[in-house]
Ligand binder design. Sequence first.
Ligand code: R5P
Length: 265
Amino acid sequence: MDWGLKNRLARIIKPETGHTVMLAVDHGYFLGPTSGLEIPGKTIKPLLPYADSLMLTRGVLRTSVDPNNDIPIVLRVSGGNSIVGDDLSNESITTNIEEAIRLNVCAMTLSIYVGSKYEHQTLINLSELVNEGEKYGIPVLAVTAVGKEMGRGAKYLALACRIAAELGAHFVKTYYCEGFEKVVKTCPVPIIIAGGKKIPEHDALKLAFNAIQKGACGVDMGRNIFQSNHPVAMIQAVRSIVHKKASVDKAFELFNSKIKMQSVS
Ligand code: R5P
């Protein structure tokens, strides 16, 4: 791995702890104005001091993030599909490498849909993106997307993560599942988990805790942070688990104490 690529990865996965808290706000690329992200800039700004990187599209980056900011950017470069279209897996590369370089990104990301109608196309997207990224030292994060017909069990996720790593992804984003340690063990590159649909805060903290315990390198959480009634308190509680080895109860205490502090200030 070359120096630039390693350096970019080290800006996302913090060498001090070996872990990362990524903030995912790319949902609009196929979901439109997702609840909590209607005005992206308003959602993102107060969370930035607590995120190790920001995952988003070029449209939201250009319009909603101040360029005088040094947050590492993980740029979503795939799309062309929507929640109301025929097949979510029909995804292509939407943003070229020159644009990623102009935007000074730390990594590029796309989804793969293993087991779907467009599996081949999305795996070739990944391979070609890795080829481009390697030329310029930009790492690639593969997201193992799960459509309605696709599994979420360890067997399926281990298959999808391993394929992503074999095709050259430098890190992989997937879902937490029963038997998650198998997914981590059989994937030779770091694994980060998505948060998934909004669940109660204590449960989301437990999810993050279990994932880290079982070998995840970090979280790339979206809805469980920005759809919380207290997103700033929530991201700080998630951070305490990922970077400071806090227990679920300690992190939840921190969440509640941050809410109290915010309500008096
Ligand atoms: C989905 O493909 C997107 O990459 C989202 O960023 C991802 O699902 C993570 O967000 P959440 O924690 O809301 O699941």
